[in-house]
Design a binder for this molecule. Structure first.
Ligand code: ADP
Ligand code: MG
Length: 265
């Protein structure tokens, strides 16, 4: 299988008033086409920075970020992004919020076609009938569903999710996890999910990457070989409990709370 995203030996520092702040240090990461990669790591270690490098919104000081084998040198149109705060525009209806990326990426697409595509996605995520509402008329979970539609409407080959479910209550979050699996079976994309929630990473991902504390490097990779949608109950089986314990131990190491020499992989 070919890698869609390849991050090779990437280092990056921000220039701040008090000098350079190294954020990434020799980071390596590969995501095969069509796979779902979850990235976990201590707060402030450089996860959002990593997403900006993949989207081509920033370029690394050292190393290469490649998509389809090509080094990224400009912002990418074929990326969809969703964040913890859905940032929907209040002066647009839900339908017109979802259409927005098409206006930018496919300006010549006829209005009827754009609408058809947006309506199809909204119905897929259970928002049929809410197309003409304003964002403030929807619940947090519904807004996040609409935001997912917006990030997928232009059929991006990469979906970047930066803690999109973090602000939702536990039940809504689980609904959206299941929705992610459903979306994956309907829409082909390669995903990179940043999350603080280890259960979320195990339920959704084919590969969980633990980053070290700042400056971040790849500390640990867990492969989860379970094709197709997963029942939520899988989180309670022996295998998942073992994976969660492994990840928990790695996070402790990344946070500097545990001595790596005492951990058994
Ligand atoms: P994470 O998403 O893992 O919490 P970020 O990638 O947002 O971490 O940030 C990593 C570190 O870089 C943090 O210490 C943050 O304060 C700092 N940082 C982020 N963006 C900038 C910036 N534009 N300029 C200076 N420092 C930044
Ligand atoms: Mg972040």
């Amino acid at each position: 299988m070919t890698n869609l995203i390849e991050i090779e030996d990437v280092s990056h520092a921000y220039q701040t008033a008090s000098g350079p702040l190294p954020v990434l240090d020799g980071l390596n990461l590969s995501v095969p086409e069509g796979k779902f990669c979850a990235v976990v790591g201590p707060s402030g270690c450089g996860k959002s920075t990593l997403t900006r490098l993949i989207a081509g919104l920033m370029f690394p000081d050292r190393g290469e970020v490649r998509l389809h084998g090509e080094v990224i040198r400009s912002p990418r149109k074929s990326v969809g992004m969703a964040f913890q705060n859905p940032v929907l525009l209040e002066w647009r209806t839900i339908l017109n919020n979802v259409i927005l990326p098409l206006e930018i990426v496919a300006p010549r697409m006829p209005r009827a076609k754009r609408e058809e595509r947006a309506r199809e996605l909204l119905s897929l995520v259970g928002l049929e009938g809410f197309e003409d509402k304003r964002p403030s008329e929807l619940s947090g979970g519904m807004r996040q569903r609409a935001s997912l539609c917006r990030s997928l409407v232009h059929k991006p080959d990469i979906l970047i999710l930066d803690e999109p479910f973090g602000a939702l209550d536990a039940f809504t979050r689980e609904d959206l996890w299941q929705l992610m699996h459903q979306l994956r079976s309907e829409e082909p994309f390669t995903a990179l999910l940043i999350t603080h929630d280890l259960r979320e990473s195990v339920y959704l991902a084919d590969q969980v990457v633990v980053l070290s504390g700042r400056p971040a490097r790849t500390q640990f990779v867990l492969d989860i070989d379970l094709p197709g949608p997963r029942p939520i109950e899988m989180l309670y089986n022996t295998q998942s409990v073992e994976w969660l314990a492994q990840l928990r131990a790695q996070i402790e190491i990344a946070q500097g709370r545990s001595d790596p020499r005492n951990s058994t992989p």
